[in-house]
Design a protein around this ligand. Structure first.
Ligand code: FAQ
Length: 311
């Protein structure tokens, strides 16, 4: 019987149809999805911190309200993603627990500091730009609830990317000091942004199976290349230099060649030893503890409602 279910599952994947929560799925498929969706959700929530630090210090009311809206969207993305994970039979409380115990990861990129306001612009341009490259194909991911969550998230990410780029265009039209702030932020975020796409293909243990299951649609290196090709003309238009002496157009390949990111740094940051890992986790833990009373009140309220409905 399991064999029959398995061949039905394989046929659904082969036809490019969606797997839905009620469908039978191999345990490995479920596990991989929980791992990837949870990591994605945690990234959105922890990803509120680096830019969030600038909300009280934004240079104008307009910039403050834009930043507020963006960071709030990230909270929303985290919630859609936790909901998508819940359809796989695991709840958000458990996923949060796993994050806090260091058993689940979040994106390496959110472990870097944001010392200047130009970082807000560069995060929008690079980090949201990379997120779009990675997530647009995930709208066609084989698991229905994940793919559908991605559609809405991508629309919002593209607004985020534009707000970052527009902020940088404004700064580049400003003083020499402002232009230097932008270039400095670009220099600090470029390589870390390339590493968001994960290890290179020959060192990516999960890629082959995830691609066979059509959870992932492209390899890490393919998406990284797409991001480089998309970003180079944007950098030229903005008037900044990307900090890679090997970066050049390759006519034959029809792509830009680029240097190799320091993947030992990626490994270090993923394993907890990046510039802000401890700070990010401490803040996340404190927010969770400070929110305990809200969760208790909501559960007590729900229990009361349920008791009333029974009476
Ligand atoms: N950071 O075998 P692979 C955002 C781990 S965007 C940390 O290649 P896979 C929006 C990987 O989990 C950021 N860990 O793995 C935003 C695996 O470890 P495991 C979030 C990384 O899954 C913008 C191991 O290394 N986006 O939040 C990283 O096939 C601005 C081996 O790697 C997503 O999560 C990394 N960079 O491919 C918010 C997108 N790279 O689990 C706020 C969905 C790899 O076996 C502000 N995720 N690892 O212990 C994916 O597409 C994939 O999971 C990849 C990794 C591509 C990230």
């Amino acid at each position: 019987a399991v064999q029959e279910l398995e061949s039905q599952f394989d046929a659904t994947i082969a036809r490019d149809q969606r797997i839905e929560p009620r469908d039978w799925m191999p345990e490995g498929y479920r596990k991989t999805l929980v791992r990837q969706i949870a990591q994605h959700a945690h990234s959105e929530i922890i990803g509120m911190q680096p830019e969030g630090e600038w909300i009280t210090r934004a240079p104008s009311l307009r910039r403050k309200s834009i930043l507020f809206a963006k960071v709030q969207d990230e909270a929303g993305h985290g919630l859609y993603l936790y909901s998508a994970a819940e359809t796989l039979g695991i709840d958000r409380a458990e996923l949060t627990q796993r994050l806090l115990e260091g058993r689940q990861k979040y994106s390496s990129i959110f472990n870097y500091p944001t010392p200047s306001f130009a970082d807000v612009g560069v995060i929008g341009w690079f980090v949201d730009g990379a997120a779009i490259c990675n997530q647009v194909p995930l709208c066609r991911s084989s698991y229905g609830p994940y793919a559908r969550a991605m559609v809405r998230i991508c629309k919002e990410e593209s607004f985020h990317q534009r707000q970052g780029y527009e902020l940088l265009l404004t700064m580049m039209r400003g003083t020499r000091e402002q232009r230097e702030m932008v270039q400095d932020a670009v220099d600090r975020w470029w390589w870390a942004s390339l590493m968001m796409f994960g290890p290179p293909d020959d060192d990516s243990p999960n890629s082959a199976q995830s691609m066979a299951w059509k959870i992932k649609r492209h390899s890490n290196d393919e998406l990284r290349q797409r991001f480089v090709d998309m970003t180079v003309p944007q950098a030229a238009k903005l008037g900044v230099t990307l900090p890679d002496p090997e970066l050049r157009w390759n006519e034959e390949r029809g792509h830009h060649d680029y240097g190799t990111p320091d993947y030992s740094e990626l490994k270090r940051v993923i394993s907890g030893d990046g510039p802000c890992n401890a700070e990010r986790m401490e803040r996340r833990r404190a927010a969770h503890e400070e929110g305990a009373w809200v969760r208790e009140a909501a559960s007590a309220h729900a229990a009361k409602q349920a008791a009333r409905a029974r009476a």
